[in-house]
Write a protein of this length. Structure first.
Length: 253
């Protein structure tokens, strides 16, 4: 077999006379083997974006509040979609050009146990605490694009301790796990809001890793709820979108 027929055999498979119609000069493309004109590249960037759709009335209120207010506090149990919806709206605003960058912040508080000394550079030490934010970002964008945006500075992930003294203009700010912030820390974070910026604070006051008297999320939400231009959205067990068993467990634990 010569070189050219061999290449055709590799590309189109074994010869099948049924691929020919009455005109022997016309040959149909092999559709049964999933042929595609695109080259096979494993690291090719994703070319799609998932549509955000509320799965409960509480999530619908949260999405509407983010669209209408510059400061939103989302309080609710685990699995109610607080962090995911906040980051999804942040990515949507960045892709639409409504903001110039996304700033994600999360307190580096251990969940009831000491992890001890973590090796590596500063980014390596903070990676375990910020992993949930990377997971939410990678679900909205490909990891290749996430790394590119982080390198360009369009996405910034920082712990709460590095936010003091900053003014966040033209940014979409997400403060995650805010129940692990003290009242003073929350006051500092909320006052970072700058021009043309949106801030979403998420957390569950009932799952704080701090002492009950130290967590400031509940007290801050009660005071800010009196302001007409601030939205406080309280999600409930019926808004949980994880396994149905999660809602049952939270109702008895």
């Amino acid at each position: 077999m010569t070189k050219r027929p061999l290449k055709r055999l590799v590309r189109e498979g074994a010869f099948d006379e049924r691929q020919f119609d009455d005109d022997a000069k016309i040959r149909r493309l092999p559709t049964a083997r999933g042929w595609t004109p695109m080259p096979h590249q494993e690291d090719r960037d994703q070319g799609y974006l998932k549509t955000i759709k509320a799965k409960s009335p509480g999530q619908e209120r949260l999405i509407s509040a983010i669209d209408a207010r510059n400061l939103v506090l989302a309080l609710g149990p685990a699995g109610s979609g607080k962090t995911y919806l906040a980051i999804a709206k942040a990515v949507e605003a960045l892709e639409a050009g409504r903001v110039g960058r996304i700033v994600l912040s999360r307190p580096a508080v251990e969940a009831g146990e000491s992890l001890g000394f973590l090796p590596g550079e500063l980014e390596d030490k903070l990676a375990p605490y910020l992993r949930p934010l990377y997971d939410a970002l990678s679900d909205r964008l490909s990891m290749k694009r996430v790394r590119t945006l982080i390198t360009e500075g369009a996405i910034e992930i920082a712990p709460v301790g590095f936010m003091r003294g900053r003014t966040l203009n033209n940014a979409f700010v997400v403060i995650d796990e805010a129940q692990n912030c003290t009242y003073v820390q929350l006051k500092m974070l909320l006052t970072r809001l700058g021009w043309n910026s949106t801030m979403v604070v998420t957390g569950d006051p009932n799952q704080s890793d701090l002492l009950p008297e130290l967590s400031g999320l509940g007290a801050a939400a009660e005071r800010l709820e009196a302001l007409s231009n601030v939205a406080v959205v309280r999600l409930a067990d019926q808004d949980i979108v994880r396994h149905p068993l999660v809602a049952d467990m939270l109702s008895v634990l």
